[in-house]
Design a protein around this ligand. Sequence first.
Ligand code: PEP
Ligand code: CO
Length: 448
Amino acid sequence: MAIDWFPGSWKRFPALQQPEYPDAAALESVLAELSLLPPLVTSWEVAALKEQLAQASAGKCFVLQGGDCAERFADCTSQRIANQIKILIQMSLVLVQGSGKPVVRLGRFAGQYAKPRSADFEEVDGRTLPSYRGDLINRPETTLEARTPNPQLLLRGYERAALTLNFIRALVKGGFADLHHPEYWDLDWTRHSPQAAEYHRLLLSITESLKFMENILGQPAGGSDRIDFYTSHEALHLGYEQAQTRRVPHRPGWFNLSTHFPWVGIRTASPEGAHVEYLRGIANPVGVKVGTATAPEQVLRIIDALDPANQPGRVTLIHRFGVERIAEGLPPLVEAVRREGRTVLWMCDPMHGNTRSTSAGLKTRSFEEIESELNQAFDIHAACGSILGGVHIELTGENVTECTGGARGLEDHDLHEAYETEVDPRLNYEQALELALLVAHRMNKLGA
Ligand code: PEP
Ligand code: CO
């Protein structure tokens, strides 16, 4: 157990990106209420994920982490949730075929409601308003009332996370993710997608190999009727995370039971900061974003704090450099980790280093840059003798126009057609599937 740690020990360290609530007593009473609500996930699921991440760090499986940049309360609807699950299932099947390995599905959902911001305030029509920090904290409308952090939203967020997860669990249990019924998770417009033919070919080959296996075994293939999902979110609001930090019978340590996999973002990953202090003491597998501003020596200090026992599966380093900087930035980090004999899971987030604004002021990312950063990540890890064990993607199962490029060649001037995100631009359904096909081809080529 971590020395000198308790669920609130983070308060002794500088905590960045925390909202300022006007009524401290109201916040405390909400946190007290939250800490009595039942957990969303179980410690044995958390332990199972850690084991699978350990496998991924050894190259025995591959992790697909994906979902919205910021989940919205208004998107907690059956159709949105089902579409998100469908695209993740489709991508993961493509990756299974390409890599020849099991794929671990880790959603950015059921709690991805709090966002870090580069500025605490923004100017709107000559007025200064607190920035929107995600539905867990405040609302995006441009009034002072909407932007004032409201602790009741922590409860609303927890409830929606529970509703989301409840529906996902029911879908999975009810056979929605059964490999014998791929027709359940065909999205309506798969048929019109430029990738449709390749995807359907692939599906056919999966169903045929399944039938072949079952004929040989004379019984249903083990596990083929069940696809598991794990949840993840950025552990940003430390009061919220602390309220979900529990002990369980028969298993040592403290668990964050609001999610299987909490991660810290690039802005809060300082080894001296409150977020790393909080993650240090929980038993979950944890992620840390790293990028151009992360010195190799800093990565080692973070790993020392989070994983003194060097347990495989405990730490995932999610690198997000940007297409121009990964070639220079990544090798020194890989080298430092290797030199110290550390075991980490390397995951590439090709989204967050490639954000730009259009002349119309929309935040976007180019599919080709995302693809190029991912390709470079595969090359660099292959050259350094390390393993790229997963990808971290912002995507949606909807037909949005937020990122440029891809098979349909979306351009800046097309983006206004279905631009929905409040925060970062996501790959739409077709772009996400196209990226999965590219990664699958890539892994085939590597013979991974
Ligand atoms: C994110 O994943 O949405 C995010 C804010 O990433 P980063 O911390 O890498 O900027
Ligand atoms: Co984002």
